[in-house]
Design a protein around this ligand. Sequence first.
Ligand SMILES: NC(=O)c1ccc[n+]([C@@H]2O[C@H](COP(=O)([O-])OP(=O)(O)OC[C@H]3O[C@@H](n4cnc5c(N)ncnc54)[C@H](O)[C@@H]3O)[C@@H](O)[C@H]2O)c1
Length: 248
Amino acid sequence: MKSSGITPPQKALVTGAAGGIGQAIVAALKAQGAVVVAADRDVSTVDADHHLSGDLLNPQYADGLAQAACDAMGGLDLVINNAGVITRGAVTESSDADWALSLGVNVEAPFRICRAAIPIMAAAGGGVIVNTASCWGGKAPGPNHALYCMTKAAIASLTQCMGMDHAHQNIRINAVCPNEVNTPMLRSGFERRGFDPDTAIAELGKTVPLGRIAEPEDIADVVMFLASDASRYMTGTLVEVNGGKPVS
Ligand SMILES: NC(=O)c1ccc[n+]([C@@H]2O[C@H](COP(=O)([O-])OP(=O)(O)OC[C@H]3O[C@@H](n4cnc5c(N)ncnc54)[C@H](O)[C@@H]3O)[C@@H](O)[C@H]2O)c1
């Protein structure tokens, strides 16, 4: 039986690496001795070993990312599909552009990346994929974010199905489902609505049983668990990280 903990050297691809949770994941992986390829629209400032900037809405970029990461690192053990966008509003307030963006980044890109990464991992004897879903949609419906929740339900379902389908290839595929996290995604929403983000986040923290919303590191630590041998008997699961707060 293998011992728990991440087994360096891991060769990891992280999307959304320049974002709030993505930067925390890259830092956690680097601290464990992993080699990391960072992917995002602009990863020039991300402290990773290799940088593959690009737009996940570009099918050629998304299709080629796993092989490019594998070529850069000489292997690919771990893929973390963390990039995401949030579109707000009920269906009646959602545009065609909202639909294309939400599906494109949150569902189609991870689909393309997984489709390419799984054969690479299978040929090497196995691997791990961690997707970022959300409590919103991934576990329960949420108010006034219909398309966002739908995409997170879709990636949650894809994770469950892929976890079953590729277990025989020694590939474990799980998803983390955060509730509210203190990142630009959340802060920019408060700013757009005219609220001071620090005040709004402190107020929001009062609604969480553990007394605060999540920091990116709270999510990165669970991603590290799902990436590591400590979760070796888990696949196709959705792990809620919500401080005790259900979607309401
Ligand atoms: N912040 C929250 O409250 C929260 C809650 C639940 C789930 N999540 C999920 O966590 C993940 C990370 O979000 P975050 O909070 O760190 O947000 P963030 O906005 O800080 O980071 C998201 C990153 O994805 C990248 N990205 C978006 N569109 C892209 C594209 N077309 N091509 C390449 N990169 C693209 C952005 O550039 C950004 O760096 C997302 O999947 C998000 O849905 C966040």
